[in-house]
Design a protein. Structure first.
Length: 175
């Protein structure tokens, strides 16, 4: 059998078509899940918005904020919402103008942290919060380089005391 460049083009075109169909079906499922998940999440939380991760997956971002504690959470649109978040930034109001990050929880390297941080900063500005702070503590030291990179990427000032295994982060819209 003789193989021609036209056959190669037809194979590539078919592959591209199959990939497009698969991506479209995946997107359709995510949109269906998004609709269903938003109904459930909205019963208990304030929906801040939807966004895409670095992997182009759709996520719903929502918050619980009672003026004392602020939790920005995320749920992906690939799985049904069953009352649990996939990622969370938990913070507390230090006063009327400062939110202090206490913990970040969830799977790393999926882009969830960046999406949640973007929405936390927007939410803080909506609440007239002047800055976001946080501490880097000894339990963070096994991943301090990753944390430092993350915060700097999101325009935080990061100060680290290597010997004391302690650090501080600071963000303000004016910075």
């Amino acid at each position: 059998m003789i193989y021609s460049p036209i056959d190669s083009f037809d194979d590539k075109q078919k592959k591209d078509k199959d990939e497009i169909i698969e991506e479209l079906e995946d997107l359709e499922l995510q949109v269906f899940r998004m609709k269903e998940n938003m109904k459930e999440i909205a019963k208990r939380s304030q929906i801040l918005g939807i966004d895409q991760t670095k992997e182009d997956k759709w996520v719903i971002v929502y918050a619980i904020d009672d003026g004392n504690v602020c939790k920005v959470m995320l749920h992906d649109c690939e799985t049904p919402y069953r009352g649990k978040w996939d990622f969370s930034i938990q913070a507390q109001y230090a006063d009327d103008y400062v939110i202090h990050i206490q913990d970040i929880r969830g799977e790393e390297n999926r882009g969830f942290g960046s999406v949640c941080m973007k929405f936390l900063k927007e939410h803080a500005m909506d609440q007239n919060v002047q800055c976001i702070t946080g501490d880097l503590v000894e339990r963070d030291w096994d991943h301090i380089d990753r944390l430092t990179h993350f915060y700097k990427k999101h325009n935080f000032k990061v100060e680290v005391e290597e010997e004391q295994k302690y650090g501080e982060i600071y963000w303000s819209p004016a910075v």
